[in-house]
Design a protein around this ligand. Structure first.
Ligand code: ATP
Ligand code: MG
Length: 433
C-alpha cells in the first residue's frame, strides 16, 4: 500500500532530499484539449518543460492561460490528450488507477479555497490523509502534532476551520498536504485569497518546506510578486503555451515576451509611467534618466561614483529596488544637473555598465521605448476576481507627489516612492469546499 508510515522523515529533522539529475516532473509535448459541445479548448498546448527536483517552480499567467490544467496533469486529476507527463521517472500517462494512486501519494496539493472539511477539527483535517493511507492511530496523532508544530499552529489543533483566519487555514492545508511526506507539493493560487502580509508569511513557510524538507514545489499564480518572493524558476503561460521560461532573476532583469514584461512591471513598479514622467519633467529642470540597478553590474555603487567622476549632481526622483529571488533588483530615476557635455558623457558612461532610459527634459522630452502601460485592459488582464485593483497606479503614493524612504542601494528594502501595498487586493476567502 502506498502510504505506510515513512519512518525517520520528520518535518523538523533530516536533511533535504538530495537533488538528483532526474527531474521531479517532465512534460514532453503535452497537449490537453477540452471539448464542450462543439467547442474545443486547448487548455495546454504543446508544453515541454522540466521541473527540477528540489526547486520552487512558478507557473504564471492570466486567467484561462491553462495553469491549473497544467498542474492537474501532474497528479493525473486530468489526463493528457497527447504527449507524456513523467513524475519522478515514471510516465504517468500510461498508468492504471492503482499505480496512479501510488504516484499521487507522493504529491501534495494546496488550494486557494483551502478545501478543509468544516465539520472536522484542525487535527482531524490533517490526520485525514494518514487515515486514508492506513497509519495506526497512535502514529497519526504524533505525526499530526509534529506537522502542526512545523506550520506554527499547534495551539489550534482542536479548533474548527471556521474559527481560523485565512493564513491559519492555509497552514492547515499545508500540514495536511505534507502529512504523508510527499516529494512534490502543488500550490494552485495558494495565497490568492490572502492579504499581502499573510501572503508573505505563507510564502516564507513554503520556502521552509522546500529548504528543510527538500520538497519540490510548483507554485501557480497570477501575481509576479509571488514569483519574485518564492520561486527559483518560472514559466509564463499564455493560451496554453509556455511563452517564456527561465531563472527568476534573469526573467525579471530581461523579460522577452510582452506578457512577461507586464507581469514584471506589476511586481516591480520601479519605472515611472508616462504621466508620471511628464510630472517629473515639469517639476525638475535637469535631465531625467532611469538607471537599471542589478547585482551583476554593481550599478548601485557605480552610479554614485560615476556621478562624482563627471561632476554632475544626481537626485533620485523616482524608483524602487527590491529583492528578486533574494537578490537586489530595480531601477532609479535620477535628475541630472550639470554642464550639458558633462551630462552627455555621464549618460554614455552609465550605458557602458547598465540599462539607461533617457527621458530627456521638459524642453526636449524623450519617450521610454520600453514603457509598459498598465491600463486596465480587460481583454488581456486576469478576470475581475483575479485582477489586482490598482495595478495600473504605478507611481508615488497618491500618484502626484514623491514619497518614500529607504537606504540607497540597500538590498532587501525598497527605495523610492512606491506604495508596496498598492496593487494588491484582499479577497475574503473563508469558504470551505
Ligand atoms: N473541465 C473543463 N472543461 C472545459 N474547459 C475547461 C475545463 N477546465 C479548464 N477549461 C478551460 O481551459 C482553459 C484553461 O483553464 P485553466 O483553469 O487551466 O486556466 P488557469 O490559467 O488556471 O486560469 P485561472 O487563473 O482563472 O485559474 C480555459 O479556457 C478553461 O475554460
Ligand atoms: Mg487556475
Amino acid at each position: 500500500m502506498s502510504g505506510t508510515p515513512a519512518s525517520g522523515t520528520t518535518p523538523t529533522g533530516g536533511p533535504p532530499s538530495t537533488t538528483t539529475a532526474q527531474p521531479a516532473v517532465r512534460f514532453v509535448d503535452v497537449t490537453k484539449t477540452f471539448v464542450t459541445g462543439k467547442h474545443e479548448v486547448r487548455a495546454v498546448d504543446g508544453v515541454s518543460l522540466d521541473v527540477h527536483a528540489g526547486e520552487i517552480f512558478g507557473v504564471i499567467g492570466y486567467s484561462g492561460a491553462g495553469k491549473s490544467t497544467l498542474v492537474r496533469l501532474i497528479n493525473a486529476l486530468e489526463k493528457v490528450t497527447s504527449g507524456s507527463v513523467v513524475v519522478d521517472g515514471t510516465d504517468i500517462t500510461t498508468l492504471g488507477e492503482s499505480k496512479l494512486r501510488h504516484v499521487r501519494a507522493g504529491i501534495g496539493m494546496i488550494f486557494q479555497q483551502f478545501n478543509l472539511m468544516s465539520s472536522r477539527t484542525v487535527a482531524a483535517n490533517v490526520a485525514y490523509p494518514l487515515k486514508v493511507a492506513g497509519w495506526p492511530k497512535e502514529e497519526r496523532a504524533a505525526r499530526v502534532a509534529e506537522l502542526l508544530e512545523f506550520v506554527g499552529i499547534a495551539d489550534k489543533a482542536r479548533q474548527y476551520p471556521a474559527r481560523l483566519s485565512g493564513g491559519q487555514k492555509q497552514r492547515v492545508g499545508i500540514a495536511r498536504a505534507l502529512a504523508t511526506n510527499p516529494k512534490i507539493l502543488l500550490a494552485d493560487e495558494a495565497t490568492s485569497a490572502l492579504d499581502p502580509e499573510t501572503t508573505q508569511d505563507v510564502l516564507a513557510l513554503l520556502r521552509r518546506v522546500n529548504r528543510e524538507l527538500g520538497v519540490t514545489i510548483v507554485v501557480i499564480t497570477h501575481e509576479m510578486d509571488v514569483v519574485r518572493q518564492a520561486c527559483h524558476r518560472v514559466a509564463v503561460m499564455e493560451e496554453g503555451k509556455v511563452v517564456e521560461l527561465g531563472d527568476v532573476y534573469q526573467v525579471f532583469s530581461a523579460p522577452r515576451h510582452g506578457a512577461t514584461r507586464r507581469f514584471v512591471a506589476t511586481a516591480l513598479k520601479d519605472r515611472p509611467a508616462p504621466d508620471v514622467v511628464e510630472r517629473l519633467r515639469a517639476r525638475h529642470t535637469g535631465r531625467i534618466v532611469t538607471v537599471g540597478i542589478d547585482e551583476a553590474s554593481g550599478s548601485s555603487a557605480r552610479l554614485t561614483s560615476t556621478l562624482r567622476a563627471h561632476g554632475v549632481d544626481g537626485t533620485v526622483v523616482y524608483g524602487g529596488i527590491t529583492e528578486v529571488a533574494e537578490r537586489p533588483y530595480g531601477s532609479l530615476t535620477v535628475e541630472l544637473v550639470g554642464p550639458d557635455d558633462a551630462v552627455e558623457r555621464l549618460v554614455a558612461d552609465l550605458r557602458s555598465f547598465t540599462d539607461v532610459v533617457d527621458l530627456g527634459t521638459a524642453a526636449r522630452p524623450l519617450d521610454d521605448p520600453s514603457v509598459v502601460v498598465h491600463a486596465d485592459h480587460p481583454e488581456e488582464g486576469p478576470d475581475p476576481e483575479h485582477r489586482s485593483a490598482g495595478a495600473e497606479t504605478i507611481g508615488p503614493a497618491g500618484g502626484v507627489r514623491p514619497f518614500g524612504s529607504g537606504v540607497f542601494g540597500g538590498p532587501g528594502g525598497s527605495v523610492g516612492g512606491n506604495d508596496p501595498a498598492a496593487g494588491r487586493h484582499i479577497v475574503d476567502g473563508g469558504d470551505e469546499r
